[in-house]
Design a protein around this ligand. Structure first.
Ligand SMILES: *[C@@H]1O[C@H](CO)[C@@H](O)[C@H](O)[C@H]1NC(C)=O
Ligand SMILES: *[C@@H]1O[C@H](CO)[C@@H](O)[C@H](O)[C@H]1NC(C)=O
Ligand SMILES: *[C@@H]1O[C@H](CO)[C@@H](O)[C@H](O)[C@H]1NC(C)=O
Ligand SMILES: *[C@@H]1O[C@H](CO)[C@@H](O)[C@H](O)[C@H]1NC(C)=O
Ligand SMILES: *[C@@H]1O[C@H](CO)[C@@H](O)[C@H](O)[C@H]1NC(C)=O
Length: 947
C-alpha cells in the first residue's frame, strides 16, 4: 500500500464521496422509492375516481332541473319542457331562470316571542308589558334618535302606515304603499323570497291594529297564483336621546342562549343625525345575522332595501306632502341560465389527503437518518474523516432533492388528471409553499433524529404523527379555522406546529380552488395573500421562520450531543477562546494525586509513565500516540458509587509499533478505545495523536485515523467494494490510486475473488464482514489504527491472512489492538499491556513478559483419584519448591521453577511412577502468554480484594 494520501480530503472531496455513496445506496432502494412516488399517484387516482362517482351522481336527473313531457307517443317522449315549476327542491337550484319573478319587498321583523318587552335587564320603561308574549300580540319596536326630536317624530310618523290598502286588480302596486314584514330568514338569492314560502306569517305593519286584522289577497308569481294572507302587526316607535342609548338597547336585547326572557329583539334603529329641511342624513341599524344557517353558503341577503326606502319615502313626504310617494314595488333577481350542480371533492378532501401525501416524506427522511445513527454509521464516517460540513450539506441537499422530485411528481400528476386543487391556484404560490414546507420538514427530521436511537421506534412514531396530524387537522384544527369567533391569535399559535401550518396552507388552497371552481373564477393569486381572511401569508411567514430556527437548532443539537468529540454546549464560542499555542503541553505540577498511584505501579508501568513525562517535555515526531495519565470515571447513578473505567493510563507508542491490549472483560479497554476515537471525553488527562490533543483536535485526528470497531458498522445494501471506495475517497484517494488501493485492499483481506467484492455486505458471513472492517480501517494509509478484536469469528485460514495484512500494515503506522486471543497478541504485537480494572498491570514485549511472569514449567498429570497423593509426593520429592496450582478429579497441575528443572529427570520420574500406578496422561509445558495473563489478572484482582 504505497498510495500515500498525504493531504486530508477537502470539503468537496468529502462531499463528493458522500454523495456518490448516497446515490448508490438510493439506487439499491429503488423499490422503496417507487413505492414512495406511487403513493401520491395512487391517492390522486383515488380522488379522481371518487370525483367521477360524485359527478356521475350529480349528473342524474335528480339533480338536474325538473322536466315534464308535453307530447308523447307510445310511451316515447317527443317534446320536453323543463323549468322550476316541474322541479322539486333538489332540482330547482339547477333550473334556468330567464325571467325571475318579482317579489313584494319585505321588512325584517323579529318573531313575536322575541320582540322587545320591558324587562329587568333593560332600564327603559316605555317598552310593552311582557304579558303580550303570551298571546303573540307584542308590538314590533323600532328605535329612533337624532339631533332634532320634533323633526324625527314627523319622519317616523310618515314611515309607519296607518291603514292597509289593497286593490286586488293591481296587487303589486298597492303593496308598494303598504309595509310587509316577515320573521323568516333570508336565502342567498332573490329567486325565491322565503317570506312567502317559509310558512311563517306575513305581517302588514301598522300604527295601530284594529279588530278585523287579517287580509287575504291573490299573489301572482310568474305562472303561480297563491292566496296570501297577511296579519296586522303593530309598530312601536320609540325615541331615544342618543345613538349610544339605541346601541345599548340593541346590545342588551341580543339573543343569548334560548331563554326567551333574555331576548329583546328590535326590528331596526334609525339615527336622523343632523337631518333637517335641507339635509337628509340618516344611518340605519339592521340585523345582518338574520339569515338561514342551514344553507351551505354563508352569503345571505339581509332585507335592507325596504328599510332604506321607508325612511327616504318619509323624508320625501315631509318635504313634499303626503301625496308624494317614493314607491318600492318589487325585488327581482338577475336572470340565470341552467346550471349544473358542481361539487369538487378533491378540493374538499384535499386538506386531509394532501396533508398525508406531503407528510409521507417525513418518516422516510427520519428513518434514513436514524438508521445511520442506530448502525453507528454516522460516527464511523466521522472517524474516517468525514467532517460535519459536507455531511450536513450532502444529507440535507440529498433529502431536499428527493422531496422536490416527490412533490413535483405529485403536483404534475394531480394537474395532469385535472384536479382543480392544482390547476386553479397559482403555481408559483404552490411552489413557494411546498418548497418552504419540505425544507422545514427536513430540518425537523434532522432535529428529531437526535431523539431516536432505534429505527423501528422512529418509524412507528413518525407514521402515528403523520396520520394523527392529518386527522387532527381535518377534524379539529379546521373547525377552529372556520369558526370566526375562535381567536385568530390562537390559530397562529396552533400553526406553530408544522403539521397544522401545512394543513392550513393546503386548506387555503382547497378553499380557493373550491370557490374558484364554483364561481367559475380562478383560485388563489398572489394578490389574495393580502386578504385578511386568507391565512396563507401567516403560514408562509411562520414556516419560513421556523425552518431557519429549526435548522440552526438541529445543527446545534447535533454538534453538542451527537458528534463524536462531545462538544461543550457553547462550542460556537470557541472562536473567542485562546487557542493552545503548542499541541504538547508541559506536564502539570499538580500531579500529587497520581503519585500515589505511581507507588503502586509495577516497575515496567512506572517506567512507561516516566517515558511519557519525558516525551511531553521534549516531543519527538516519532511518537504516534502519547497518553498522558488518561482517566475516565463514570459518575455514580441510582446510589451506585462512581465507576473508575480507566485509572490514569500513561502510554507512548512510536510509529510502526503494534500495541496489544489484553485484559479480562470489563477491564476498561473499550472505555480507553472510545476515548481515543473520540466517542467519549476523558475525565482528566489527555492523549496526543500525531501531536494533536484528543480533547480539542479530534477533527484533525480523524483525517489520519482508521478504526475497526468491535461490531461491524456496515451498510447492508452496499457492496464491499463500495464501502472501500467511499472510505478511500474520504481519505483523499482519487482516480487510479483509489481503484488500485481498493483492489489491493480487497485482495489483501481475501475478498477479491469470486465476486465477493460486489455482493451486498448484508449477505456477508461474519468473517467476511470482519475482514471488510479491517480493510476499511486500513484504507487510505491512516497513521494510527485502532482494532477492537479484529479476528473474532474468523476461520484459521482467514485469520492467518488477516494477520499478514496487519503485519504488513504496521510497518509505518501505530496500531492499538485489543484481543482475547493470546496467539494473535503474540504474533502481531511488538508490545503488550495487560489491563486489569482500569489500569495497566504490566507492559512489555511478549518474551519479556513471559520471562518475568512465567519462569516456570507447568507439569500436569492425570491419574485416578486415589493416586493423587502419590503424584503430589513424587513432585515434592523431585522439586521441593514446586507449587500445586490446580487440581480437579485426578488431574493436577504444578509449577516447577525453571532454573531447577532438568527435563530428563522429569521423564525418569514419570517412568517410575507409571510402574507404580496408572497414569492416564501427563505433560510438561513452558509458560504461555495465557498463563501470564491469568496470573497477572488473578494477582491484580486479589490485590484489589485486599485493598
Ligand atoms: C326641529 O325641526 C322642526 C321641524 O322641522 C323645526 O321646525 C325646528 O326649527 C327644528 N329645531 C332646530 C333646533 O333646528
Ligand atoms: C285599482 O287598480 C286598477 C288598475 O290599476 C285601477 O284602474 C282602479 O282604479 C284601481 N281601483 C281603486 C279603487 O283605486
Ligand atoms: C331555512 O332554509 C331551509 C331550507 O332551505 C327551510 O326549510 C327553513 O324553513 C329555513 N328557515 C327559516 C327560518 O327560514
Ligand atoms: C339578530 O338576529 C339574530 C338571529 O336571528 C338574533 O340571534 C339576534 O338576537 C339579533 N340581534 C338583535 C340585536 O336583535
Ligand atoms: C352626516 O352625519 C355625520 C355624523 O353626524 C356627519 O359627520 C356628516 O358630516 C353628516 N353629513 C352631512 C352631509 O351633513
Amino acid at each position: 500500500m504505497d498510495n500515500h494520501a498525504s493531504e486530508p480530503a477537502s470539503f468537496w472531496t468529502q462531499a463528493n464521496a458522500l454523495l456518490r455513496k448516497n446515490l448508490t445506496f438510493q439506487k439499491r432502494n429503488a423499490k422503496t422509492n417507487v413505492r414512495l412516488i406511487m403513493f401520491p399517484f395512487v391517492l390522486c387516482l383515488l380522488l379522481l375516481l371518487l370525483q367521477k362517482l360524485v359527478d356521475n351522481q350529480l349528473d342524474k336527473d335528480k339533480y338536474k332541473c325538473g322536466c315534464t313531457c308535453t307530447k308523447s307517443e307510445d310511451g316515447q317522449c317527443l317534446e320536453k319542457v323543463c323549468g322550476a315549476q316541474y322541479s322539486d327542491l333538489d332540482q330547482v337550484g339547477a333550473c334556468a331562470v330567464p325571467n325571475p319573478p318579482e317579489w313584494p319587498p319585505v321588512q325584517q321583523v323579529p318573531a313575536p316571542n322575541y320582540r322587545a318587552v320591558s324587562a329587568d335587564f333593560i332600564s327603559e320603561s316605555d317598552l310593552p308589558n311582557p304579558s303580550c308574549r303570551s298571546n303573540g300580540s307584542c308590538p314590533i319596536t323600532m328605535l329612533f334618535t337624532g339631533n332634532n326630536q320634533s323633526f324625527g317624530q314627523i319622519l317616523y310618523r310618515n314611515m309607519i302606515p296607518s291603514n292597509f290598502t289593497m286593490n286586488t286588480s293591481n296587487v303589486m302596486a298597492s303593496l308598494a304603499t303598504d309595509l310587509l314584514g316577515s320573521a323568516s330568514k333570508t336565502e342567498n338569492t332573490n329567486f325565491l323570497e322565503s317570506a312567502f314560502f317559509s310558512g311563517l306569517p306575513v305581517y302588514y305593519l301598522q300604527k295601530q291594529c284594529t279588530e278585523n286584522s287579517t287580509f287575504s289577497f291573490p299573489l301572482q308569481i310568474e305562472s303561480y297564483s297563491i292566496q296570501q294572507e297577511v296579519t296586522c302587526a303593530q309598530v312601536l316607535p320609540l325615541w331615544r336621546n342618543s345613538p349610544s342609548e339605541v346601541n345599548n338597547e340593541l346590545y342588551k336585547g341580543y339573543r343569548k342562549g334560548n331563554s326567551e326572557r333574555q331576548i329583546n329583539e328590535i326590528a331596526a334603529g334609525y339615527d336622523f343625525l343632523n337631518s333637517n329641511h335641507n339635509i337628509y342624513n340618516v344611518s340605519i341599524w339592521y340585523n345582518s345575522t338574520y339569515k338561514n344557517d342551514t344553507g351551505f353558503d354563508p352569503i345571505a341577503l339581509a332585507r335592507v332595501p325596504r328599510s332604506i326606502n321607508l325612511v327616504s319615502n318619509a323624508y320625501l313626504q315631509f318635504l313634499m306632502g303626503p301625496n308624494t310617494k317614493l314607491l318600492f314595488e318589487f325585488v327581482k333577481e338577475m336572470p340565470k341560465p341552467e346550471t349544473k350542480i358542481k361539487f369538487d371533492l378533491a378540493s374538499l378532501l384535499g386538506g386531509l389527503f394532501f396533508t398525508w401525501v406531503v407528510l409521507q416524506l417525513f418518516p422516510v427522511v427520519l428513518t434514513s437518518l436514524v438508521y445511520e445513527k442506530q448502525q453507528k454509521l454516522r460516527i464511523m464516517m466521522k472517524m474516517h474523516g468525514l467532517s460535519d460540513g459536507p455531511y450536513w450539506m450532502i444529507s440535507y441537499g440529498y433529502f431536499l432533492a428527493l422531496s422536490v422530485i416527490y412533490m413535483l411528481c405529485f403536483v404534475l400528476f394531480g394537474s395532469g388528471i385535472g384536479l382543480k386543487f392544482f390547476t386553479k391556484n397559482d403555481y408559483s404560490i404552490q411552489f413557494v409553499f411546498y418548497f418552504i414546507y419540505i425544507n422545514l420538514q427536513i430540518s425537523l427530521a434532522f432535529l428529531l433524529a437526535s431523539m431516536f436511537s432505534n429505527v423501528k421506534t422512529a418509524t412507528v412514531t413518525a407514521y402515528i404523527g403523520v396520520f394523527g396530524t392529518g386527522l387532527l387537522g381535518g377534524f379539529l384544527f379546521q373547525f377552529f379555522v372556520q369558526d370566526t369567533s375562535f381567536p385568530r391569535g390562537w390559530i397562529i399559535v396552533l400553526e406553530l406546529y408544522p403539521g397544522f401550518s401545512l394543513y392550513r396552507g393546503l386548506y387555503e388552497f382547497s378553499q380557493s380552488a373550491f370557490s374558484g371552481d364554483k364561481l367559475e373564477t380562478h383560485g388563489m393569486r398572489w394578490g389574495d395573500l393580502s386578504d385578511s381572511t386568507n391565512g396563507m401569508k401567516d403560514v408562509l411567514i411562520i414556516m419560513f421562520v421556523e425552518w431557519i430556527f429549526v435548522l440552526f437548532f438541529a445543527y446545534y443539537i447535533d454538534q453538542v450531543f451527537l458528534s463524536g468529540s462531545a462538544k461543550s454546549p457553547f462550542f460556537f464560542l470557541k472562536g473567542f477562546q485562546k487557542k493552545p499555542l503548542s499541541s504538547f503541553r508541559k506536564p502539570s505540577l499538580g500531579k500529587q494525586g497520581s503519585k500515589v498511584f505511581i507507588q503502586m505501579d509495577k516497575p515496567d508501568v512506572s517506567q512507561e509513565r516516566e517515558k511519557v513525562e519525558q516525551l511531553l517535555l521534549e516531543p519527538t515526531i516519532n511518537q504516534a500516540i502519547v497518553c498522558d495519565n488518561l482517566k475516565k470515571v463514570y459518575p455514580g447513578r441510582d446510589g451506585n458509587p462512581e465507576k473508575f473505567a480507566v485509572r490514569g493510563l500513561s502510554l507512548a507508542l512510536p510509529n510502526g509499533e503494534c500495541f496489544g491490549m489484553l485484559g479480562p472483560n470489563g477491564a476498561g479497554k473499550t472505555s480507553f478505545i472510545n476515548m481515543m476515537i473520540g466517542l467519549t471525553k476523558p475525565t482528566s488527562g489527555t492523549a496526543f495523536v500525531q501531536g494533536l490533543d484528543i480533547r480539542t483536535h479530534m477533527d484533525g485526528i480523524y483525517t489520519s485515523m482508521g478504526v475497526c470497531p468491535q461490531h461491524d458498522l456496515l451498510w447492508e445494501t452496499l457492496t464491499g467494494r463500495e464501502h472501500l471506495l467511499f472510505y478511500g475517497r474520504l481519505k483523499n484517494l482519487k482516480g487510479s490510486a483509489l481503484t488500485q488501493a481498493v483492489e489491493e485492499s480487497l485482495k489483501s483481506v481475501n475478498l477479491f475473488h469470486g465476486g465477493v467484492a460486489d455482493k451486498h455486505a448484508g449477505k456477508y458471513s461474519g468473517g467476511m464482514k470482519r475482514r471488510l472492517s479491517v480493510a476499511i480501517s486500513l484504507i487510505g494509509d491512516p497513521r494510527v489504527v485502532y482494532m477492537d478484536e479484529p479476528s473474532t469469528g474468523l476461520d484459521p485460514a482467514s485469520r492467518n491472512n488477516l494477520w499478514n495484512v496487519v503485519r504488513r500494515a504496521k510497518q509505518d503506522r501505530a496500531i492499538i489492538l485489543t484481543t482475547h486471543s493470546m496467539e494473535e497478541a503474540e504474533v502481531l504485537c511488538d508490545r503488550l499491556g495487560i489491563f486489569v480494572d482500569g489500569s495497566l498491570q504490566c507492559i512489555g514485549n511478549p518474551k519479556e513478559l513471559k520471562a518475568r511472569y512465567g519462569g516456570t514449567y507447568v507439569f500436569t498429570m492425570t491419574t485416578t483419584m486415589d493416586h493423587e497423593k502419590d503424584v503430589e509426593s513424587m513432585v515434592q520429592q523431585l522439586y521441593p519448591a514446586a507449587k500445586k496450582v490446580y487440581h480437579i478429579s485426578g488431574t493436577q497441575k504444578f509449577e516447577l521453577p525453571k532454573e531447577e528443572v532438568r527435563i530428563a529427570s522429569v521423564f525418569r520420574a514419570v517412568e517410575i511412577a507409571k510402574r507404580n500406578f496408572t497414569v492416564s496422561a501427563w505433560g510438561l509445558a513452558d509458560t504461555t502468554l495465557e498463563d501470564v495473563f491469568i496470573k497477572v489478572a488473578h494477582d491484580a484482582q486479589a490485590f484489589e480484594k485486599l485493598s
